[in-house]
Design a protein around this ligand. Structure first.
Ligand code: AMP
Ligand code: MG
Length: 623
């Protein structure tokens, strides 16, 4: 395989570095308080690994703890995109050192003899699970090794091993991950990134042949080396708030503003010139004027931090909706402060468009169903607003010495609460606006249009979704198929009805009360409206070649649907196959291609119609 080239800041091509040589840091552990049981890494290192037990950890954001050592790890797969983004050279994956590192058998940065250096850690957090307070959770099976900075991009990532053994946060579980769920997390992390959806990433997948993990049955264990610019979650704030740790809420907030985001000045402000900075090219429709609220709703920097977190999550959930992705377990401990898709258990992509579908077999209330995701993420963000409420509500007085030390005076408490509520409500409006703007932007692109017109929402978006729902059409395949159409071929009603058949499943028209003729009629009516809009945006010939290319660049041909992942898991785990993983990963990393130069029939099968009995599958949470 050719070495991946990346441009460093001098414009000179470099082929990356070894993992050992990449610049490392431990900013997180240097900035935030450790578990009082082990004040230094040396204390933690002396403690026998096998004596680690779940317990409550108070007044701390993390515990220093090393991964368990494992026997005969087998490196199954590496993401070439992840290697490039981290600045690691491609050949590195063949080295013994790399294999041992991503399996947790080797520490970098720690001098065991001197008892000093950087040391791995597990985070403490809490969470609301399925709407109920769950208390302390934390990294029960994930251990972060270090932060690495890609010298070319200057981006700093925290590298973490999932499935690396028991930590104080393991509660009643074993600290391990099974191969099945590790394959799923490995593939989907890199796939979402390929779709440009904010997500935590995955570098490698390691099989632990000697580790048998008990779930419903005995299963092989595995480790995913994953990375993110930050692993902090809403649950991080939940646990601090539940314990009344107001100093730590301020401290973590400050850490996030200064070390995760680009400093306080980078956060959204009411000053429109600053606002553009974090807003990128997307306009929210929110101007300083629309944000003028009732008297006294002055925003201090913590409110601006809250807004940044809210806006990022709004954009991510908009992308999930536009691509039919469901996390399946959107608890607050799985909601990232960076708006990253995070913690992949029973996730899925929509097959047939069904807004009530949840991929989580145990989600009887449909709390985490497709249509609830935007509401649930806001519910989670309100929990964050409550954790930050004292800081938000303090307004301009947030840095007054008495407030910092003792909190608000009793007589001022009502005012503080009223201000916090007012501000959080206003940020809720911003959440909706950012969500809608991003959703419309993505749907406009997916439909191959250049601009969004207000009437598109009802005429094109809603009508397409209603049609897909009524006719039981595959949501993502609909867009890819649409991208292959030439608009001149849709001029007559007869042509449109003939074309409509491309959207059907192989077994023909399904869905209550539908016939082949009624289905064709409905799709043809929609295609006519779509054609009109394409002509408006692309000129009198529809500019097929350029429009098709633009549409195919945003509408994936390949999706890691559950049936594909199930087959992949079966073949790797039971069949001992290895190459299939590389093939599927290649498709996941380049999902917009038409061909991948593999076996054409197999490519088409994996990208094609979902076998009828395999649609809308559900998974349990056991992973
Ligand atoms: P999840 O549902 O994967 O987001 O996990 C919720 C919480 O349970 C987190 O604190 C996890 O670290 C913990 N957890 C899940 N599975 C395990 C396991 N096998 N061992 C230890 N902790 C786990
Ligand atoms: Mg989790």
């Amino acid at each position: 395989m050719a070495a991946h080239l990346s441009n460093n800041k001098n414009g000179v091509d470099s082929v990356g570095m070894s993992l050992a040589d990449l610049p490392k840091s431990w900013t997180f552990t240097a900035s935030l308080p450790p578990d009082p049981m082990f004040p230094t890494p040396a204390d933690a290192h002396k403690f026998p690994r096998e004596d680690v037990e779940p317990r409550q950890v108070k007044g701390a954001l993390f515990t220093w703890i090393r991964p368990e050592t494992v026997e005969e790890p087998e490196l199954l797969a590496v993401s070439s995109t992840a290697m490039r983004d981290l600045g690691i050279r491609d050949e590195e994956q063949k080295t013994e050192e790399f294999r041992e590192l991503v399996a947790g058998n080797k520490l970098l940065g720690w001098d065991a003899e001197k008892g000093e250096g950087g040391y791995p850690w597990a985070q403490c957090y809490g969470g609301w699970q399925f709407g109920s307070w769950a208390g302390q959770l934390g990294d029960g099976r994930a251990i972060s090794l270090f932060e690495i900075t890609n010298p070319a991009t200057k981006r700093r990532y925290e590298l973490q091993l999932k499935g690396a053994g028991i930590t104080p946060y393991s509660r009643f579980a074993d600290g391990k991950a099974v191969l099945r769920s590790s394959i799923r997390e490995f593939v989907v992390s890199e796939y979402l990134n390929a779709l440009n959806i904010p997500t935590t990433r995955a570098l490698s997948l390691t099989l632990l042949p000697k580790s048998k993990v008990r779930r419903e049955t005995l299963e092989p264990g595995a480790i995913v080396a994953r990375f993110a610019e930050s692993w902090l979650r809403i649950g991080t704030f939940d646990i601090l708030r539940s314990r009344g740790d107001r100093n730590l809420v301020r401290k973590v907030s400050t850490y996030i503003a200064e070390n995760v985001f680009d400093g306080w000045t980078s956060l959204p402000s009411r000053n429109s010139s600053d606002d553009g900075k974090t807003d990128g090219p997307i306009s929210t429709g929110i101007t300083p004027e629309t944000l003028e609220g009732p008297e006294g709703l002055e925003e201090n920097r913590f409110t601006r931090l809250y807004r940044e977190i809210v806006r990022r999550n709004a954009k991510t959930v908009a992308a999930w909706q536009a691509y039919g992705f469901m996390n399946g377990v959107l608890n607050t401990d799985n909601t990232s402060i960076m708006g990253l898709s995070l913690d992949f258990g029973p996730f899925a992509f929509l097959d047939n468009f069904d807004p009530h579908y949840t991929p989580n077999h145990d989600d009887h209330a449909l709390r985490y169903s497709y249509r609830n995701q935007p509401t649930i993420i806001w519910w989670n963000l309100v929990r964050l607003g409550e954790s930050l409420g004292e800081l938000i509500g303090a307004g301009p007085g947030v840095d007054e010495a008495e407030f910092v030390e003792k909190g608000i005076r009793a007589e001022a408490a009502d005012g503080l609460v009223a201000r916090a509520e007012g501000l959080i409500t206003r940020v809720g409006e911003e959440y909706k606006a950012v969500f809608l703007t991003e959703y419309k932007r993505l749907m406009t692109l997916r439909l191959g249009l250049k601009v969004h017109k207000p009437e598109d929402f009802d005429t094109l978006f809603s009508e397409a979704l209603d049609t897909m729902e009524a006719l039981e059409l595959d949501f993502n395949h609909f867009f890819r198929k649409l991208s292959h159409l030439r608009v001149q071929d849709l001029d007559t009603d007869q042509q449109r009805k003939a074309t409509a058949g491309v959207f059907f499943h192989h077994e023909g028209v399904t869905g209550l009360g539908n016939t082949d003729a009624s289905a064709r009629e409905r799709i043809a009516a929609w295609l006519e409206k779509w054609q009109t809009r394409v002509y408006e945006d692309w000129g009198p010939d529809g500019d097929d070649v350029n429009r098709q290319a633009a549409m195919q660049a945003v509408n994936p041909k390949f999706l890691p649907k559950n049936w594909v992942l199930d087959e992949l898991i079966r073949r790797v785990e039971k069949g001992g196959e290895r190459e299939i993983l590389e093939r599927v990963m290649d498709m996941a990393l380049r999902p917009f291609e038409e061909r991948w130069g593999w076996d054409e029939a197999e490519e088409e099968r994996f990208c094609g119609d979902v076998p009828r009995g395999d649609r809308a599958m559900q998974c349990s949470c056991s992973s």
